[in-house]
Design a protein. Structure first.
Length: 483
């Protein structure tokens, strides 16, 4: 085992992976998290349904404006819906604070400083990006250097570009053969990675092929036999092509395992092992994950060579740009409460999570009865149906998307204003990934959880895991104690 190394003696630099998570370094937090990476100042929390910040008393853990101060340790406080949505007084900016913010902005690293190929840099700028996110800032230089990397960051932090940009850079002007493979857990994530590659590789001649099930086999076979630079695939369908020798991975130089924890959760470990057995041993391997359970650690031990860990934020923590709220409500009134909340004008792009496919379809039917445009996305939907649902949600023709946990990873849609947990997730980690669909790239977002009496214990488990208590919001006529 190699000794962890630091750069310049700084403890916050990426380190060699010692396979003991307490020794893995944490880089600077993302902009908009507990402390801004450039200024070190705390960012304000935000109330659901409002972009206006409110500040929390660190001793009582209550908003400073209004309400009885709750001593630490009493548990979450229930407030009325009106109080929860009230807008506090505006915060006055001083010349000193403005000057400090300007100085911090000038000190931020830009994409132009990451040694990207000029063609790639032009594509990044054309896409509207100037500053990399923390995971991009730390991972891209290491990947360009050829190091194996373990990238740990919350959902919505820009992990996809953190590996697609150096991947494209490596393949530019090289021989025309399949030299890179990206494995993803879901079709939606495969399409997202493909879209990222096409966006940044525009005009470079780099070709990419998405390979996953639920769509015709022959077009994929044709693309693989013709030859592409990058293959983005789910493990099962890729194995089918490998067994029929539609793809020969002898020239593979880079392997990316995207959302590795999710792939293992879905039972893909045997398929991953079979794929990796067929590709060259000497390669660059990049592993990206939102969490680092023991199974992912074992995967890293097996397939990565002296990897460098780049970690942004605390593992199993929810993005702090997201405002959380729990609404106590009996199970039989959840649909009515959902309709009540969706009547608000600020609920303009809402992702609703249910525990089951049947539950998702039932919620959609009830919303349509109340003249609310909604559609469902789950494993029983065909791939064309899932693509149509995502496109409608993305272009705004459908305001509400009701999904099972199939969408908790890989759904990269800007501007999702609210995530609503219609059913409390049974695993606390799933809560983190669900609400990661909003508040992406340091933007603000709102996460609402409906809590029936038999779900109280699960909510408390989530609070312990994410390290914070979530305020309860009482809506008259829907709360446990109201008729």
């Amino acid at each position: 085992m190699s000794t962890p190394c630091t750069r310049g003696g700084r403890p916050d630099s990426p380190r060699r992976f010692p396979f003991r998570l307490r020794a893995v370094s944490a880089t600077a937090p993302e902009p908009g998290t507990a402390a801004d990476s450039s200024t070190g100042r705390r960012k304000p929390n935000r109330r659901p349904g409002s972009n206006t910040p409110f500040f929390v008393n660190s001793r009582t853990r209550r908003p400073r404006s209004g309400g009885r101060a709750r001593p630490a340790g009493e548990g979450p406080t229930t407030v009325s819906e009106a109080e929860h949505n009230s807008v506090p007084d505006a915060i006055e900016l001083t010349p000193e604070s403005i000057a400090a913010q300007i100085a911090a902005d000038e000190a931020r690293i830009t994409f132009a400083q990451l040694d990207l190929d000029p063609r790639l840099l032009a594509s990044v700028i054309a896409a509207g990006y100037e500053y990399p996110t923390p995971i991009q800032r730390d991972a891209i230089p290491l990947a360009l250097r050829g190091s194996d990397i373990i990238g740990l960051a919350q959902t919505g932090t820009g992990k996809t570009a953190a590996f697609t940009l150096p991947l494209i850079s490596r393949l530019l002007d090289g021989p025309k053969r399949t030299r890179a493979l990206v494995l993803t857990p879901t079709r939606e994530l495969a399409l997202q990675v493909e879209e990222s590659v096409r966006k940044y590789a525009r005009g470079t001649g780099i070709e990419v092929a998405p390979i996953f099930g639920g769509v015709p086999y022959e077009p994929q076979e044709t693309a693989l036999r013709r030859g592409v630079d990058i293959v983005v695939a789910t493990p099962g369908r890729l194995l089918d092509h490998l067994e029929k020798q539609n793809m020969v991975p002898d020239d593979l130089e880079v392997l990316v395992l995207d959302e590795a924890d999710r792939m293992l959760d879905m039972g893909f470990a045997p398929q991953i092992n079979r794929v990796v057995e067929q590709i060259p041993k000497y390669r660059q391997t990049l592993l990206f994950s939102a969490t680092m359970p023991p199974e992912v650690e074992a995967l890293a031990r097996k397939y990565l060579r002296r990897p460098i860990v780049v970690q942004v934020g605390r593992r199993s923590s929810a993005a702090v740009t997201v405002a959380h709220a729990v609404y106590p409500v009996p199970a039989e009134k959840k649909v009515d409460l959902l309709v009540h909340l969706l009547r608000r004008p600020e609920m303009d792009s809402v992702l609703v999570f249910t525990r089951t496919k049947h539950g998702a379809d039932k919620v959609v039917r009830n919303l349509e009865k109340n003249s609310i445009a909604a559609t469902a996305m789950h494993a029983d939907k065909t791939q064309p149906q899932r693509i149509k649902a995502l496109e409608g949600f993305r272009d705004g023709s459908i305001r509400v998307l009701v999904a099972t946990d199939i969408a908790q990873r890989g759904l990269d849609i800007n501007g999702i204003s609210h995530v609503i947990n219609y059913d409390v997730p049974q695993q606390a980690e799933d809560y983190v990934h669900r609400i990661g669909r909003t508040g992406r790239a340091a933007a603000s977002g709102d996460a609402v959880t409906f809590m029936a009496p038999d779900e109280i214990a699960m909510v408390r488990t989530i609070e312990r895991v994410i390290g914070q208590q979530i305020p309860r919001v009482s809506v008259p006529g829907y709360d446990f104690g109201t008729g």
